[in-house]
Design a protein around this ligand. Structure first.
Ligand SMILES: [Ca+2]
Length: 269
């Protein structure tokens, strides 16, 4: 526990310093009008519900269904944003292809939280840098439904605003500070977020290829997400609400999933 508190305090202190130096409030004209929830540094309030069904890369049949509720809110005069995600997970998996499920469990999954801020933004150059800290809590009700570890994930990403979207490559180092036996976490994650908005800003395409270097298990893989989102105001008078569908596929021999389909609903205010 001492180790957790030490790591946590150090990382938090660094972020507090970055935060104090932070001048970055996303202040473009469009910021308040943008209710798509697609700009990672537009710190709106937002609530999301989504369900993801995944085909696991197990020798026999393996599938997972995960329902997530996610909430984001700005704080400290809009200079920071807090995000929290909680999950309900069900897994059915046959690891050795003998026709018998080795895992057949459902329950609460891990909760994670994130704090992000924007220490640098230059709208003349249409670019910004965001820094954040994710905190992964070992809350799953069953071992198989979570990581079995408390982890921290400091992250930084560069945001380049494009004519109709953005490109935001990100880098995260994720490490466990307290874990069950054999469940240490040490990963480097590279995200290549790219967003393309439709001309009327009522629909979008978003992709987030994520490359994972798992240093603990000495494996690499990638997950590529393809999101198609639509403002509901396009068809109804529901303001600030949107829906999306997000298929994904796994790349590499050690990919955890072959593919998945996620469907989500989001309200931004
Ligand atoms: Ca089996």
């Amino acid at each position: 526990m001492k180790r957790i508190i030490f790591c946590f305090s150090t990382v938090l202190a660094v972020f507090l310093i970055i935060g104090l130096a932070s001048t970055g409030v996303w202040a473009q004209e469009d910021a308040k009008a943008d209710k798509t929830g697609t700009n990672p540094i537009n710190f709106s309030n937002d609530l999301r519900f989504y369900n993801e069904f995944s085909w696991l890369n197990t020798e026999g049949d393996g599938q997972q269904n995960q329902t997530t509720v996610e909430f984001r809110t700005p704080f400290a005069d809009g200079k920071w944003q807090f995000r929290v995600r909680a999950r309900y997970t069900a897994i059915e998996a046959d690891f050795n292809n003998d026709g018998i499920d080795d895992v057949d469990e459902w329950g609460f999954g891990d909760i994670d939280m994130r704090f992000i801020t924007v220490p640098y933004i230059d709208m003349a150059k249409k670019q910004a840098i965001a820094t954040g800290l994710e905190i992964f809590l070992d809350t799953a009700s069953e071992d198989s439904l979570g990581s079995g570890a408390w982890s921290l994930g400091p992250q930084v990403f560069y945001v380049k605003f494009l004519k109709r979207g953005l490109f935001a490559p990100g880098l995260q180092y994720k490490f466990s500070v307290d874990e069950d036996d054999g469940r240490d976490v040490e990963q480097i994650l590279i995200d290549l977020n790219y967003l393309l908005m439709a001309k009327d800003k009522q629909s979008w395409f978003f992709t987030d290829p994520q490359i994972v270097f798992d240093l603990e298990n000495d494996i690499e893989f990638a997950i590529v997400d393809l999101e198609f989102g639509f403002m509901m105001s396009k068809w109804t008078d529901l303001k600030g609400q949107s829906i999306y569908v997000r298929p994904s596929f796994g790349v590499g021999t050690d990919r955890p999933t072959d593919g998945s389909v996620e469907v989500g609903y989001k309200i931004v205010w």
